[in-house]
Write a protein that binds this ligand. Structure first.
Ligand code: DAH
Length: 349
């Protein structure tokens, strides 16, 4: 009897060790410890044995059963772990992989990138960004900006008229008036946008972009204008730049200036090899914008007594985005910006 028990135990151990899956292990368990298996039956029959055999047989059968149960539990753990690992490996999806096929990311057009850079500089200086209409009243485009009734820019050969009193704005300056009409001083704004003129050659397109600037506060002087534009010039063209103000005329500023930035391409008009700098044409200065102190006459067009030229003062400036982009990147022809040739555009941004 004891021998049979040892034999059953050995057979059970071999089967359990050989089970390669949890299903095979369960079959082995039923075969050796299930209700109809020999070992459990043997245990149940211990009570019927002669008393002198009961203890020995009972102990041996019990030990065999316990040993098999423990072995099955250990083997089950091993197999479950391995099967989970296999499932995880088979199901692995890397959600961080790029989609298929990868989409080209694209990039900003040079003019968009330049506009945003200019906006960022002025935002950093405390200005707010505004926008305004491209179809504009003659009142805002010319009259309220102090243009004389016979000013040549009003001519139909220079300006696109949409109606008797309506033009495609020729500059962003009309937004000076609109900004003052809708916001009391102090006012610090920049206004980017499209403008239109009847002009077309290597440096003029019928549609182009400007950024207008306007600061109105108590005690604004030309020195504030110069400091602001110096900060702008250094942010855009490099921290070693200087700016220069030259007297000029605009109907809506008094005094008016044209502003130059020192050339970033040469030293005093000459390249290292001694030849003349083509960018500044040997002058060592690059004209970048028009500006001035807001003409007191302009405030009279703003129907708001808080814009009283006796109590406030302001500066204004207007720059061409194309010009800034072309200077910075040595773009030889303005029309390249509008040809949509990717071989050109992909060099930027
Ligand atoms: N509006 C002018 C133009 O298009 C540029 C300009 C000059 C704007 C002087 C200004 C300014 O605000 O003060 O040529």
């Amino acid at each position: 009897m004891i021998e049979r028990i040892e034999q059953l135990r050995a057979e059970g151990e071999r089967d359990v060790a050989g089970a390669a899956t949890t299903a095979a292990l369960e079959e082995a368990r039923v075969r050796h410890l299930g209700r109809r298996a020999e070992l459990p039956n043997l245990l149940r029959g211990v009570a019927d044995l002669p008393p002198d055999q009961r203890g020995q047989v009972g102990r041996a059968a019990n030990q065999a059963r316990q040993a098999l149960e423990a072995q099955i539990a250990a083997r089950a753990q091993e197999l479950e772990g391995a099967e989970l690992d296999a499932r995880l490996a088979a199901d692995r999806v890397d959600v961080t992989l790029p989609g298929d096929p990868p989409q080209p990311a694209g990039r900003l057009h040079l003019l968009t990138a330049t506009r945003r850079e200019i906006e960022d500089v002025f935002l950093g200086l405390g200005f707010t960004v505004l926008e305004g209409p491209e179809v504009e009243l003659v009142h805002y485009n010319f009259d309220a900006l102090n243009h004389a009734p016979n000013h040549p820019a009003r001519d139909r050969t220079d300006t696109f008229y949409v109606g008797e009193d309506l033009v495609l704005r020729t500059h962003t300056s009309p937004m000076q008036i609109r900004a003052m009409e809708s916001h009391p001083p102090p006012l610090y704004v920049v206004i980017p946008g499209r403008v239109y003129r009847r002009d077309s050659d290597a440096t003029h397109t019928p549609q182009f972009h400007q950024v207008e600037g306007l600061a109105v506060d108590e005690d604004i002087t030309l020195a504030d204008l110069k400091g602001t534009l110096l900060a702008f010039a250094r942010a855009i063209f490099g921290h070693e730049r200087e700016v220069r103000l030259r007297p000029h005329f605009f109907p809506f500023t008094e005094p008016s200036v044209e502003v130059d930035v020192s050339c970033f391409n040469c030293t005093e008009g000459h390249l290292r090899d001694g030849s003349r700098c083509a960018l500044c044409k040997g002058t060592s200065w690059l004209e970048i914008l028009g500006a001035g102190e807001v003409d007191p006459n302009v405030y009279a067009y703003v129907d708001d007594e808080r814009y009283d030229p006796e109590r406030i003062a302001g500066f204004a400036f207007g720059l061409g985005i194309e010009r800034i982009a072309m200077l910075r990147h040595a773009v030889p022809d303005l029309r390249l910006l509008y040809d949509n040739d990717l071989r050109f555009l992909e060099q930027f941004g």
